[in-house]
Design a protein around this ligand. Structure first.
Ligand code: NDP
Length: 284
């Protein structure tokens, strides 16, 4: 079997066109979606992520605001900016690029953002709402995965889903989202005793480990749907996922590539959340 490629780039482009159209309509009514991005320090990867987010906003017809702080910034200064943005009704989404320098308490910073402007979906209140199956802002990466599965008409109800990774931003919310759609979900992590035994019975595999080519074709059930969230940089500078694409595609029925799979969907869902926030603000 050779897997079909789940092309995140094409899906992302289609979804972004739709978002841009809706943003145009909303702007014509006097509410232009606006995302504020805060970057602390000079981590090159974070700078690239922020640049991409700002560019995506502009392309979708959103307003974007960017605030840069040096690595030794006082947390109080950043918290004051968040408070100012919380109070500004023209700002619909606030995002603080992670990781933050060591003097910051990341949880405290994320919780300073109003849940109604938390378009990254990292606030504990939004995570609690997700757990309870209530409307909130969902974390962009797992929500992007759900959107890809939906676009491909993947049947989630009744499927055995195995997620590798239990982080707050990917693994745990991914599990909740798949569970809410009727999958039977197993979350594996570094203490899991026999990962292959779990993977061998998985109809849907989501790999969010942070280890290059960690999941091989030999570990998969024939016909599995394989979603590779991982983004790893190899010594030669190239990107690769957590799945060994070449061996996995011989066994899977559908597989996401890296790059060009989940990655483009993450920023797309950030735009979707910001648009949603603006629509909610306009409806008030
Ligand atoms: P974390 O480092 O927070 O979590 C990694 C998880 O993998 C942990 O739960 C860890 O287990 C588990 N793990 C590590 N080693 C093993 C092992 N040998 N066997 C089983 N499980 C293991 O990473 P993130 O969730 O933040 O990110 C995961 C990957 O996804 C990274 O490559 C990251 O770059 C990428 N990413 C991609 C995004 C995108 O837009 N495509 C967005 C966000 C992340 P334990 O908890 O026990 O330590």
């Amino acid at each position: 079997m050779t897997a079909r490629i789940l092309d995140g780039k094409t899906i992302a482009e289609r979804v972004r066109e739709d978002i841009a159209q809706q943003a145009k309509t909303l702007s014509a009514q006097g509410v232009q979606p606006c995302l504020a991005v805060i970057l602390v320090g000079s981590d090159p990867a974070s700078a690239v992520y922020v640049r991409n987010k700002v560019a995506a906003c502009e392309k979708a017809g959103f307003r974007s605001l960017k605030f840069d702080y040096p690595a030794d910034a006082e947390p109080a200064v950043v918290l004051a900016k968040i408070a100012e943005l919380n109070a500004d009704s023209s700002v619909h989404g606030i995002l603080v690029q992670l990781p933050l320098p060591p003097q910051f308490d990341e949880d405290a910073v994320l919780e300073a953002i109003l849940p109604t402007k938390d378009v990254d979906g990292f606030h504990a209140e939004n995570f609690g709402m997700l757990l309870q199956g209530r409307e909130s802002f969902y974390p962009c990466t797992p929500w992007g995965v759900m959107r890809m599965l939906q676009e491909e008409n993947v049947k989630i109800e009744g499927a055995e889903a195995v997620i590798i990774g239990r982080s707050n931003i990917v693994g745990k919310p991914m599990a909740v989202m798949l569970l809410s759609k009727g999958a039977t979900v197993t979350i594996c992590h570094s203490k899991t005793k026999d990962l292959t035994a779990h993977l061998k019975r998985a109809d849907i595999v989501v790999a969010a480990v942070g280890r290059p080519r960690f999941v091989t074709g030999a570990m998969l059930k024939p016909g599995a749907i394989v979603i590779d969230v991982g983004i790893n940089r190899l010594p030669d500078g190239k990107l690769c996922g957590d799945v060994d694409f070449d061996s996995a595609k011989q066994v899977a029925s559908l597989i996401t590539p890296v790059p060009g799979g989940v990655g483009p969907m993450t920023i797309t869902m950030l735009l979707a959340n910001t648009l949603l926030s603006a629509q909610r603000a306009a409806a008030k």
